[in-house]
Design a protein around this ligand. Sequence first.
Ligand code: GTP
Length: 207
Amino acid sequence: MTSEPANPPELKATETGEARLPTQWGEFRIHGFEDAHGSEHVALVMGQPDAAPAPLVRVHSECLTGDALFSQRCDCGPQLEAAMKRIGEAGEGVLIYLRQEGRGIGLLNKIRAYGVQDREGADTVEANEALGFAPDARDYGVAAAMLSTLGVERLKLLTNNPQKVLGLEAAGIQVLERLPILAGRNPHNHAYLETKAAKFGHRLDQD
Ligand SMILES: Nc1nc2c(ncn2[C@@H]2O[C@H](COP(=O)(O)OP(=O)(O)OP(=O)(O)O)[C@@H](O)[C@H]2O)c(=O)[nH]1
């Protein structure tokens, strides 16, 4: 018996519309959502995950530099591609794309944090703190609300981040299994990945 989530997911995201989204990994349906702060998020849905006992799900936080601009400072772009490919191969699943850029501090602040890293040799946590931000300001309640709306409350999660598992579970989602997603390691993101493992407990050991 689990206690009630502190923030009921149904209060946190409103679905605004859906449409076809053909991709190189197959056809998804894209669902738009707006959260209580007016931020816009999307879910890509393939197959009938609401009818599956535990569909494959990726909850991906926005990274404009990695997802769209091919940055090698992080592993975000290759992880996004790997997740879409795995859902495509499974023929079923959900990719939640959360607009929580820069672990929730926003694009412009992430670029300032990159500057602190470049100038001072700070790691990603130290750079956030030097600018007065928490190391990770994300909230997975919105993702949980989106998943609940899509009828997916028990799932297998593609992530290396144990905080993501705990965050979703705290918001009422049952994560039956954590599946590693190891992609995009390169010489420019070595320190970034090591900091994730050392300071956030990311599981990168299956690489
Ligand atoms: N503040 C900050 N954010 C960063 C930096 N590098 C990448 N990010 C952000 O980190 C987030 C990474 O998100 P995800 O890939 O969903 O998640 P994760 O916590 O790495 O965990 P995984 O599920 O294992 O990938 C994105 O929002 C990026 O914009 C950085 O140096 N500083």
